[in-house]
Design a protein around this ligand. Sequence first.
Ligand SMILES: C[S@@+](CC[C@H](N)C(=O)[O-])C[C@H]1O[C@@H](n2cnc3c(N)ncnc32)[C@H](O)[C@@H]1O
Length: 226
Amino acid sequence: MVEKYADWQAWLHDYIVGQRALRIHAFILEKAALAPVLTEKTPRSVLDVGCGGGQAALRLKSLYAHLTITGIDLTESQIVRACQRAKSKQADVQFEVADAQALPYADASFDVVFSFGSVKHWPDPLQGVSECWRVLKPGGDLLLVDSTSDASRGQLLNFLKVAGIPGLLRPLLGTFLDKILVRPARPMTTYYQIAEQLNLPQGTVTQPDYMPTVLFRTRKPLSKNS
Ligand SMILES: C[S@@+](CC[C@H](N)C(=O)[O-])C[C@H]1O[C@@H](n2cnc3c(N)ncnc32)[C@H](O)[C@@H]1O
């Protein structure tokens, strides 16, 4: 399990993976039915947890200007790059250094909380998911996605297809990613237990057949007195 995200990993992700990952994000947002939520022309505050170099947050802002978007990441160099990107695009997106396991926001601050590919780096995923849930408003949408060791080769190959990797390269790259991304990840049982411990709504955690990932996807119930 990768727990400390090194600067070289951040650099590699930012310059080689980050832009390509946007295809995966768009695919999952659509499949997980979050895209329609973001398109609705009502003001919404969105938190991207483990935002990396900010590509996903900035893409969303360019598509849906009505969103108020904040991205947080524990790696300072990523936040520096994200801020530079926002500045060069003149995009009004806030980026700050923060730990997913201790989010610096009040309860019920955001309408949408999402995270792509970051949960596996959180030493205490229970605490991290609990924080995402805490800062989500009642009625708000949660989407957390990351690899799981229970993924099949078919799911991994589909991931590479969606990422736009040419067919000939997929088997070899698949074998490599299986070693570095899938095998070291956490099993689905860990995520089911987290959902149970946090009392998340039934069906929040699934393993979608189209990706080598776990999916936390739910809408936070409205509180009885709201
Ligand atoms: C694989 S990258 C994913 C970046 C981006 N979400 C994407 O999909 O392109 C994982 C990110 O999680 C961040 N991260 C790791 N541990 C974290 C923590 N405890 N709190 C916040 N971010 C964390 C890393 O710094 C890194 O930028």
